[in-house]
Design a protein around this ligand. Structure first.
Ligand code: GDP
Ligand code: ZN
Length: 461
């Protein structure tokens, strides 16, 4: 189903900005823009070349009122983002101006675009596959450069290529098997007993290789929920500030249940380290200083990674011991802080009670040991994880689930084959694998699920 109407939306952030862009896409994009845009040279946009910019005014055709001085960019089908005619109106970036321009565009017959609808059109019109379309939003939302590079690879079709390669293998297997079923009397050879097995193993191998990248991919994309814990005055805030000074990635507002929490993201070797409840650590001193074990436990449950700070200049207290015990089964780093002061605790003493946790000595107050800490964190987070061979990583749960299902179907194929069941049975499983893999690129996905995927996009993209 190819879209036929014309859509429009504000494509830039709706906050105040230097410029703003209203984007129109569809068969009537140029006609609509022409009705509201008066070029300085009195030129109709219908007559201009593709990928040209034109200076002029937006005039409300009803009231003849001037709305803004703009530049319109005309891009003609099919070589555009959506493959349709597109007009972008570059205006002054005020909320009211943007709204007014969008309003007159809509009055002239465009429909307000749904979130992600421009990209959805690029997909529906065959300009990109679903994995590429999903990469667009990943790219926009990437938190670190490493994250961005992975998204870019998907956008360029890196994942689609691998997936299509797997599909190709499956299609050729299926074709051969079906030929033996449909024309048994012909001279089409059944697979030699180990040939089918070998070929299935080859495909399984490719699926596995992709699946193996998903741990790293998930971490790069979603980051690691991290809690800095420790008793009062050990240096939690100082440590956070030391990390933030160099590595602050982004600050996002996470709508919380009771109040909005500022989430700080620190970029450590490309890993977005998301500090849980930073506001609590930094501002509400009493709150965190009083967290004690009971509140720490809440943090502990939620966190993927714990940074437990100890003050080396004071003897270990019961609270320190309790915290060390509480992180026993967690992924954690112990930070022996205030190493610039005279030590009251020895490293050996800590190692005795927390031998399995990596330990880093720091003086948060003057940034000592911070580099080492970053190295330890990234080694710990990626531990046992093979260094990625390429930048093509699975970062999306939907893709991972599809690959998991494909893998299961391929294992079923092997089993069916080993049990000596007829080829029809094998083809059923193979088809399932094919279908699962096709979901990644969107070839075998229902419309409702596709709608759902794009609904998660931002407006105007
Ligand atoms: P928090 O209560 O755990 O957040 O600890 P703070 O970061 O607020 O630090 C408590 C006190 O210890 C402050 O006076 C800091 O300046 C000091 N402090 C933190 N880290 C160090 C350090 O590495 N060396 C020294 N000498 N003082 C530190
Ligand atoms: Zn503090």
């Amino acid at each position: 189903m190819y879209p036929t109407d014309t859509i429009a939306a504000i494509s830039t952030s709706v906050n105040e900005g230097g410029i703003g862009i209203v984007r129109i896409s569809g068969p009537k994009a140029i006609e609509i823009a022409d009705k509201i845009f008066k070029s300085i040279q009195n030129k109709s946009l219908a007559d201009v070349d593709s990928y040209t910019a034109h200076y002029g005014n937006i005039i409300d055709p009803k009231t003849e009122q001037l709305i803004d001085e703009v530049i319109t960019l005309v891009m003609k089908a099919p070589k555009t983002y959506t493959t349709e005619d597109i007009v972008e109106i570059d205006c002054h970036g005020g909320t009211v101006i943007l709204r007014k321009i969008l309003d007159v565009v809509l009055q002239q017959g465009a429909r307000l675009a749904e979130p992600g609808e421009f990209t959805k059109r690029a997909f529906l019109n065959g300009r990109m596959d679903l994995s590429q379309a999903e990469a667009v939003i990943d790219l926009i939302r990437s938190k670190t450069e490493a994250n961005m590079e992975v998204a870019l690879d998907h956008l360029e079709g890196g994942l689609a290529k691998k997936v299509n390669d797997i599909r190709q293998d499956l299609v050729s297997l299926l074709a051969h098997l079906e030929a033996t079923i449909d024309f048994p009397e012909d001279e089409i050879d059944d697979f030699e007993s180990n040939e089918l097995d070998n070929r299935i193993n080859q495909v399984l191998n490719k699926v596995d290789n992709l699946l193996e990248t998903s741990k790293r991919g998930k971490i790069l994309k979603e980051g690691i929920e991290t809690a800095i814990i420790g008793r009062p005055n050990v240096g939690k805030s100082s440590l956070l500030n030391a990390l933030l000074r160099e590595k602050r990635a982004i600050v996002t507002e996470v709508p919380g249940t009771t109040r909005d929490v500022i989430e700080e993201v620190i970029n450590i070797g490309g890993i977005p380290i998301k500090i849980i409840d930073t506001a609590g650590i930094r501002e509400a001193k009493d709150q965190v200083e009083k967290i004690g074990i009971e509140r720490s436990e809440k943090f502990l449950d939620k966190a993927d990674l714990i940074l437990l700070v100890l003050d080396m200049s004071r003897e270990l207290s019961k609270e320190d011991h309790d915290l060390i015990a509480a992180i026993k089964n967690k992924q954690a780093v112990i930070i022996a802080n205030k190493l610039d002061l005279e030590a009251e605790v020895s490293i050996d003493e800590i190692k005795e009670i927390a031998s399995d946790k990596p330990l880093v000595k720091t003086a948060a107050i003057d940034n000592q040991g911070i580099d080492k800490l970053e190295k330890v964190i990234s080694d710990l987070v990626f531990s046992g994880d093979v260094e990625a061979q390429s930048q093509t990583l699975i970062t999306n749960m939907r893709h991972k689930n599809a690959l998991d299902r494909a893998k299961q179907s391929l294992l079923d194929v092997k089993e069916t084959f080993e049990r000596g069941l007829p080829n029809d049975f094998i083809t059923i499983d193979l088809r399932e694998a094919l279908e699962a893999v096709g979901e990644i690129t969107g070839d075998t996905l229902g419309e409702d699920i596709i709608d759902q995927i794009f609904a998660d996009f931002c407006l105007g993209k």
